[in-house]
Design a protein around this ligand. Structure first.
Ligand SMILES: [Zn+2]
Length: 426
C-alpha cells in the first residue's frame, strides 16, 4: 500500500433502516448516488436512512480511487492520517475519533439517552450485551432541511399545564404525583424540582401496557375531538407519531414530556449526555463519538432499560431555544465564503460549515487532526493550497483531509456551494 495522499475523495456507506426517507426523496440516497454513480442505483421503494463517513468497521468508508477502506489506510499510517497528538489523546491508532453521518428521517427514531463516560464504563462492565462499549456518545445534529426533534425535558410549567388539562396524562402519572408536582413547580429548589420531574417520568415509564395503551388510544381521540386543548402543533404531532407507533408510551414520555424542537437549515443542537432526545423528521448532518451505547425509552421495539434510564437522567429542563447550539465564527481561514463553526463542549469533534453565494475562494489553515468534508449543495473545487491538482467537489462528494493539510475551496459561480467538514483536534 503506497502512502495515502493528504487530500482524496472517499465513498461512505449507506444504511437502509426502516425509518429512512424513501428512494430519491432521501438526501442519503441522492448523495450516495452522486458520489458513486457507477455503483449506486436508487430503489424508489427502499428507505435510505444513514450515510456513514468514518472508520467504523461495520460500514466502511473507502477510497474512491481503489476502494481501500479508510480504516486500513489509517492503520497503515496512523501518524500521517491522524496526527501524533490525536493518537496520544484518544489512545488509538485504529481510527478517527468521530463518526460523521447524513441522516434522512421519515419516521421517528427511538426516544433515547446516552451515558456519560463514567456510566458507560459501569454499564458495559455489568451488561455488555446491551452496552457494547465503554465510551460516551455525544451527538450533534445540524439541520440541512427543516428538521424536528425531541430534545430535553420541557420547562416544568408546561408539563404542569399538560398534567392539569389532559386527563389521560394525569391518570397515567397518578393524582398523588400530579398534585405534588403542581405544588412544587413554583419552588426555588432546583434539586427538588428535578426529583419531582423524575417522579413523573418514573410513573410514566413504569406503567404497564395494560394501563398506558388504552390511555394512549383515548389521548389520540382527544387530540381529534379537541385539538385546541393541545394546540394545533402538539395535536398534529401526537396523531402523526401514533400512526407510526400506535398507542406507544412515547406519546406520553416524548410528546408530552419533551421539548418539540424545530430547526431550520443551518441550525444545530448538541445532545448532552443523559438528556432524552429523538429525531422526528428531516435531513441532518450528524456527528458523534464512536460508540453504540443507547438507553431507550419509547417509539422502539428494542430493549428498554427503564430502571437505568429513570435513574441516570439529569432531569434538566430548558426551553427549546436554549437547546440550540449557536455557531461561532472560524478565524483560521481567509477568503470569500461564510463560515460557521459548530463547536460543542467535547473533545471528539467540531463541524465547520462553508457557504459560498458568489464566485471566489477560501483558504484554510491546516487543522491539527483528521477531517472529513462533504458537499451538500452546489459544486466547486477543492485542492491543497499551492498545488495544481484541484478535485471536483459537487453535491454528495466526500473528501478525507489529513492533519496539517492546508486546503482551499473554490466556487466558480454565484450558485450556492455548501460543505460541512467534521474534524478533531487535540
Ligand atoms: Zn442519540
Amino acid at each position: 500500500m503506497s502512502p495515502a495522499p493528504k487530500l482524496f475523495r472517499v465513498i461512505g456507506g449507506a444504511q437502509n433502516y426502516d425509518w429512512g426517507k424513501l428512494g430519491s426523496t432521501s438526501a442519503v440516497a441522492r448523495f450516495a448516488k452522486l458520489n458513486d454513480p457507477e455503483n449506486v442505483s436508487i430503489d424508489e421503494e427502499k428507505p435510505y436512512a444513514e450515510l456513514w463517513m468514518g472508520t467504523h468497521p461495520s460500514v466502511p468508508t473507502v477510497s474512491a480511487q481503489d476502494r481501500t477502506p479508510l480504516r486500513d489506510l489509517v492503520r497503515a499510517a496512523p501518524e500521517e492520517m491522524l496526527g501524533q497528538e490525536i493518537i496520544d489523546k484518544f489512545g488509538s491508532k485504529e481510527g478517527i475519533p468521530f463518526l460523521f453521518k447524513v441522516l434522512s428521517i421519515r419516521k421517528v427514531l427511538s426516544i433515547q439517552a446516552h451515558p456519560d463516560k463514567t456510566l458507560a464504563r459501569q454499564l458495559h462492565a455489568s451488561d455488555p450485551k446491551h452496552y457494547p462499549d465503554d465510551n460516551h456518545k455525544p451527538e450533534m445534529a445540524i439541520a440541512i432541511t427543516d428538521f424536528e426533534a425531541f430534545c430535553g425535558f420541557r420547562p416544568l410549567a408546561e408539563i404542569d399545564a399538560l398534567l392539569q388539562k389532559i386527563p389521560e396524562f394525569r391518570e397515567l402519572v397518578g393524582d398523588d404525583v400530579a398534585t405534588e408536582f403542581h405544588s412544587g413547580v413554583g419552588s426555588a429548589d432546583v434539586a427538588g424540582k428535578k426529583r419531582l420531574l423524575q417522579k413523573v417520568f418514573s410513573r410514566v415509564m413504569n406503567s404497564p401496557e395494560s394501563k398506558f395503551e388504552p390511555l394512549a388510544a383515548s389521548l389520540v381521540e382527544r387530540t381529534k375531538a379537541d385539538p385546541q386543548l393541545f394546540g394545533e402543533t402538539l395535536a398534529d404531532l401526537i396523531q402523526r407519531l401514533d400512526a407510526q407507533f400506535p398507542n406507544d408510551i412515547g406519546l406520553f414520555c416524548g410528546c408530552l414530556l419533551l421539548n418539540h424542537c424545530i430547526l431550520k437549515s443551518g441550525e444545530a443542537m448538541f445532545l448532552e449526555a443523559k438528556d432524552p432526545h429523538a429525531y422526528i423528521s428531516g435531513d441532518i448532518m450528524e456527528c458523534m463519538a464512536a460508540s453504540d451505547n443507547v438507553i431507550r425509552a419509547g417509539f422502539t421495539p428494542k430493549f428498554k432499560d427503564v430502571e437505568v434510564l429513570v435513574d441516570c437522567l439529569t432531569y434538566s429542563f430548558n426551553p427549546v431555544e436554549e437547546q440550540k447550539l449557536n455557531p461561532a465564527p472560524f478565524p483560521r481561514a481567509t477568503g470569500d465564503a461564510e463560515l460557521k463553526l459548530y463547536d460543542p463542549p467535547i473533545d471528539e469533534f467540531s463541524v465547520l460549515q462553508t457557504t459560498f453565494t458568489s464566485a471566489g475562494s477560501e483558504k484554510f489553515e491546516g487543522l491539527d487532526g483528521p477531517s472529513l468534508l462533504i458537499v451538500t449543495e452546489g459544486k466547486g473545487k477543492v485542492k491543497l493550497q499551492g498545488s495544481d491538482g484541484a478535485l471536483d467537489a459537487s453535491t454528495g462528494n466526500v473528501f478525507f483531509v489529513a492533519p496539517r493539510a492546508a486546503i482551499e475551496l473554490v466556487s466558480e459561480s454565484k450558485d450556492t456551494f455548501t460543505s460541512y467538514r467534521a474534524f478533531c483536534e487535540a
